[in-house]
Write a protein that binds this ligand. Structure first.
Ligand SMILES: C[S@@+](CC[C@H](N)C(=O)[O-])C[C@H]1O[C@@H](n2cnc3c(N)ncnc32)[C@H](O)[C@@H]1O
Length: 254
């Protein structure tokens, strides 16, 4: 199928393929030990508030099967289990280091999260398996059409996909101010936490990844094109962040 954002995906692939294949995993191995602290400092606590807001949009029922894609240190899985301890939560992530931190954090809270170390472009789950799929702060590093199609495949008909990421602000002024802020941040955080060579090498990438990324409206359009229904996209903080909720319809009829 010829998707309207196939060109954008090609551009992203061309620009970032080497980093996605080689460096990103090294970056997350490097940052795993301080990832949650760094996020909290860098955002002055804002990321925790955003996460709480994102979690509050997620409808879950006891015994729901939930998959958190690119689960990292399991912040989403743990927050959902705090809200509903009878959930059956799965985590998929390529980084052993991030998931090790996540496993320890889950156990510390008395929760068990089933961990799958994999590349999320191929999810190791059957079709129509999950009631809810979540994905937070990672889509910039992924081939979006592939991963969203996989998420659609593993969701049960009637199930929901909840997405949150840093997006490209539609407003040009906000966009430029955002890049200045990110550049400052990329100067300070690696020094503060004594980042390794992989993270230092990727400082520019983290800004470039947003330049070539989607706005809230574009991501809504892409989700609809991939067969999701009732797509709701909410811009937060001037469009620097977007929350999306999308339904896998009960029938496959587009
Ligand atoms: C910025 S962290 C976000 C972690 C978590 N979702 C959160 O909200 O804190 C990005 C995560 O995506 C994972 N990741 C990136 N590319 C991946 C891929 N192709 N397959 C699986 N995991 C990937 C990284 O290992 C990392 O844990």
């Amino acid at each position: 199928m010829n998707y309207c954002y196939a060109g954008k995906e090609n551009d992203r692939e061309k620009a970032f393929n080497a980093i996605w294949s080689n460096e990103i995993n090294a970056v997350f191995s490097d940052v795993a030990r301080y990832y949650d602290r760094a996020n909290n400092y860098a955002s002055l606590g804002l990321l925790n508030r955003l996460r709480n807001r994102f979690i509050s949009t997620i409808d879950i029922q006891p015994q729901h099967k939930v998959l958190d894609v690119c689960a990292g240190t399991n912040v989403i899985g743990i927050s959902l289990l705090k809200k509903q301890p009878e959930l059956d939560v799965y985590a998929a992530d390529r980084s052993i280091a991030m998931q090790q931190v996540g496993r320890d954090r889950a156990l510390h809270h008395g929760f068990q999260i089933k961990s799958f170390i994999c590349d999320v472009h191929h999810l190791p789950f059957p079709d129509n398996y999950f009631d809810v799929v979540t994905l937070q702060w990672a889509t910039r590093h992924l081939r979006v059409i592939n991963v969203f199609s996989e998420i659609n495949r593993v969701l049960k008909p009637g199930g929901h996909f909840y997405h949150c990421d840093m997006l490209r602000p539609a407003n040009k002024l906000v966009e430029q101010a955002y890049y200045i802020y990110l550049k400052l941040l990329m100067g300070v955080i690696p020094r503060l936490f004594r980042s390794g060579p992989a993270s230092l090498k990727c400082r520019d990438y983290f800004i470039q990844a947003i330049r070539l990324f989607y706005s809230t409206e574009e991501l809504s359009a892409l989700l609809a094109e991939l067969g999701f229904k009732n797509v709701i996209g909410n811009s937060v903080l001037g469009g620097t962040v977007g929350f999306h909720k999308a339904l896998k319809p009960l029938t496959d009829v587009a």
